[in-house]
Design a protein around this ligand. Sequence first.
Ligand SMILES: C[S@@+](CC[C@H](N)C(=O)[O-])C[C@H]1O[C@@H](n2cnc3c(N)ncnc32)[C@H](O)[C@@H]1O
Length: 264
Amino acid sequence: MVALKKPVGAITRGTTNPNRLRRVDRYLTSLTFLKDIPQPLAVDLGYGRTPVTAVELLSRLEKVAPRVRVLGVEIDPERVQEAKPLEHSRLSFTHGGFEIPIPPEFSDRKDVDLIRSLNVLRQYSESEVESAWALMQSRLSKTGLIIEGTSDEIGRVASWVTLDKSGPLSFTSSLRLQGLEKPSKVQERLPKILIHKNVSGNNIHRYLKDLDREWERASGFGAFGSAQRFVQVAKAMLLAGWPIENKPKRWRLGELSVEFQAIS
Ligand SMILES: C[S@@+](CC[C@H](N)C(=O)[O-])C[C@H]1O[C@@H](n2cnc3c(N)ncnc32)[C@H](O)[C@@H]1O
């Protein structure tokens, strides 16, 4: 499908940076589903002023899925033209929006296995999020996933929602632990759907407060390093009843995933 109609969405600021999305990519390479697909197709939706994050996505994913192909989709046609010289058999760039058009070179596929859309919906209004999600979900293969979220410019703070075709599954925060004052730092970079809900009385607010409280309580573990301290926090969150989904190996990296329903 080539974009004949107007792409869905609006051109926004194109700020990007090399390595900015490393925390998201590290999470992606820990997911096993891509390994089971013979030739996965992954989309970097809204790659920005330069296609650096799309190039990085390919180089990171091919370590776990050697035949993966990456499609960079950008709603600003000039940014697509600038990326074109980097194309090769497993990397392509196309003009489009949340409807995710598949260009002729990848026309053996009707849908996609992965959509990573970082720092895109942040510049939209909250009321636009669910329709954008629904359109992206309609473009997913049966086992496909969407990673939609926000990060800071240098990739030390990031958070995202993971969705499949049926809806949002989990919320993940990923923080550089070294020098971290408190885990609620992630509130500076929440996905759009959660930013305005982070007020007293809502689950996301309660979740971040609990994280800070447990971080404080675990201060004694700081002597063993901030990774050990954060592992302690994750264990305490589980004990307190939060449906934390990932394991100590991820916690040590400052990554914590919780069932989406619990914080929504
Ligand atoms: C802030 S940049 C983010 C770049 C990169 N993803 C990153 O995190 O560094 C946002 C980009 O998304 C593009 N964009 C906004 N809405 C879009 C849409 N619906 N479809 C495709 N691209 C979109 C904007 O034109 C802009 O280049």
